[in-house]
Design a protein around this ligand. Structure first.
Ligand code: G3H
Ligand code: ZN
Length: 284
């Protein structure tokens, strides 16, 4: 199958009352872990690459790997730019074959975030690429984007209405108390805020910083209308723990396949469990 848009997958998810997982892609092992999990779970899936991921792997490798995976898959796959911060970055991804882009103008003043998002949306939507925007500011660290606790800002429901009307994104990432990276304490999600936004805004809503959020809270977020959930940190933890375990067991191992193979299996188990939790299993 060719790559599909994140809008298509999440609009279907909102009708079905589940969320589609979006997993960060940096190398072949992560890609295979995610795609094999999606096949085994019969689940739609969103692959995504951050700006850091693109500079690590190279945009051509990311696009071609995702295309090979999608073409060979029997489940629908989208390829999304994650936290793109400029018009130029979004355009490059569209030119190279991404089916979805996130333009993250959350560091900008409200009007400038609208202007940047609208500018990207006008071009992207004209060529069949969906656009995710962010309003409010999600805390924590996502590759090169660092937002301190003091800078983090919850999404204002009234602003969300105006933002979606004027900037016209296909999906909206909201800040309701989650953060990128490993949590220091227990994340507290503002479900009232989520409900208020859901009642007034009709585009699919995205939960970032979902690694480390309890299963109960994830289930509640899905029930209240979250239809795309981003996971990166839990894949990193599974990967690095498996590599550490393999090398601890056999410190003389030099075959990359024997080191990375178990890491790929560990990540696949994480992805499968997330798909079941998000309710996207057996939705294809
Ligand atoms: O954009 C990517 C995700 O928001 C990553 O969140 O650090 O909780 O896995 P995470
Ligand atoms: Zn994020």
């Amino acid at each position: 199958m060719a790559l599909v848009t994140a809008a298509e997958l999440t609009q279907k998810a909102s009708l079905g009352g589940y969320a589609v997982g979006a997993f960060n892609l940096n190398n072949m092992e992560i890609l295979q872990a995610v795609i094999n999990a999606a096949e085994e779970e019969r689940s739609p899936v969103i692959l995504q690459a951050s700006q850091g991921g693109l500079s690590y792997a190279g945009i051509d490798y990311i696009v071609q790997m995702a295309k090979v995976a999608a073409e060979n898959a029997s489940v629908p796959v989208a390829l999304n730019l994650d936290h793109g911060t400029s018009f130029e970055q979004a355009m490059e991804c569209i030119r190279k074959g991404f089916s979805a882009v996130m333009v993250d103008g959350s560091h900008l003043p409200f009007e400038d975030n609208i202007a940047l998002t609208k500018r990207v949306a006008d071009v992207a939507q004209a060529v069949g690429v969906s656009v995710e925007a962010e309003l409010g500011r999600i805390g924590g660290t996502e590759d090169d984007i660092v937002v301190s606790e003091a800078e983090a800002l919850m999404t204002d429901p009234k602003e969300a209405v105006e933002f979606v009307e004027r900037a016209k994104p296909d999906l909206l990432a909201i800040a309701i108390g989650t953060a990128h990276g490993v949590y220091k304490g227990v994340p507290r999600l503002d479900f009232q805020r989520l409900s208020a936004i859901r009642e007034q805004v009709d585009v699919p809503l995205v939960l970032h910083g979902a690694s480390g959020v309890s299963d109960d809270d994830i289930k509640k977020a899905c029930k209240l209308g979250i239809t795309k959930i981003n996971i990166d940190t839990e894949l990193r933890i599974a990967f690095s723990q498996a590599v550490r375990d393999t090398l601890a067991e056999n410190p003389k191992e030099i075959d990359p396949r024997k080191i990375l193979g178990p890491a790929r299996d560990a990540m696949k188990q994480v992805v499968r469990a997330k798909m079941r939790l998000f309710g996207s299993s057996n939705k294809v």
